[in-house]
Design a protein around this ligand. Sequence first.
Ligand code: NI
Length: 173
Amino acid sequence: MSIRPILIHPDPRLKKVAAPVEGVSDEMRKLAEDMLETMYDAPGIGLAAPQLGISKRLIVMDCIKEEGAAPQPMALFNPVVQWSSDELNTYEEGCLSIPEQYGEVERPAEVTVTWTDMHGAECEAKFDKLWATCVQHEIDHLEGKLFIDYLKPLRRQMITRKMKKLKRERARG
Ligand code: NI
């Protein structure tokens, strides 16, 4: 497994609609494992393939945050939200492609999602609380959508300016 670099907003690769994964190959499994390692290293609770510059419909997540609790790594190929609750929930969201910037986003409190797992099996599960927010945030990445797209334009522009500055600083080293 290896840690891969995470793209920082703004980047045109983060705005693209990702392509479906056609069959879970060894290459795709390796990508999922690298994504999990990259996510844990960051550290973060979710990561989507486009954040590594790979335009494929694959997300990983692990929303277990309690100290000492067993990790629950998940890799979801071609995830689709099949049902969303009318009830909404607000979380302060962040993103590994937008480091150290946070904003409150309102989303359905519960969602049912279908996906293909690492072994090629079709899965379905209902997610709630932080898991529901995380899975919706990551699926948004597959549509080229970021959490800042839900914020007010001024706030979004301010964050984008900060990220451009961060990228200039990193490029200078
Ligand atoms: Ni994100």
